[in-house]
Design a protein around this ligand. Structure first.
Ligand code: SF4
Length: 123
């Protein structure tokens, strides 16, 4: 009897851990894809031969580049104002609807709806 309840417990635990791991994997994928997902409209693919600027870029990291301006932490970025993004920044040169070149960052393209602390509204 004792062995049977122990076996039931272990079987239940293994099932629970399996379900938890599956949900964790699914949830992790959803969170990751939502971070990479565009904030506005439909994302136009990165032009052929171009690379995406990520926060791994030293300059992008230093200026606090966020590929999604709707997810900017306003507490640590008090200069951020809702509606600001790369597409309305004077340092941005549009490549297509979703991507453009930032004068601050040497390599790669930033997202049109990204934002960083060097934002400078176009005149
Ligand atoms: S400087 Fe302007 S274009 Fe460059 S990342 Fe910052 S907000 Fe975007």
């Amino acid at each position: 009897m004792k062995n049977q309840s122990r076996r039931s417990f272990l079987l239940g635990l293994a099932t629970f851990l399996g379900v938890a791991a599956t949900w964790s994997g699914l949830f992790g994928s959803l969170v990751q894809s939502s971070l990479a997902a565009p904030a506005k409209g439909k994302d136009v693919p990165l032009p052929a031969g171009e690379t995406e600027v990520t926060t791994a870029d030293v300059v992008a990291n230093a200026i606090g580049y966020n590929p999604d301006s709707t997810k900017v932490d306003v507490k640590s970025n008090p200069t951020f104002k809702k509606g600001q993004d790369c597409s309305s920044c004077a340092l941005y040169t549009k490549t297509n609807e979703s991507w453009g070149k930032c004068q601050m960052i040497q390599v790669g393209l930033v997202r049109s709806h990204g934002w960083c602390r060097s934002y400078n509204k176009k005149a």
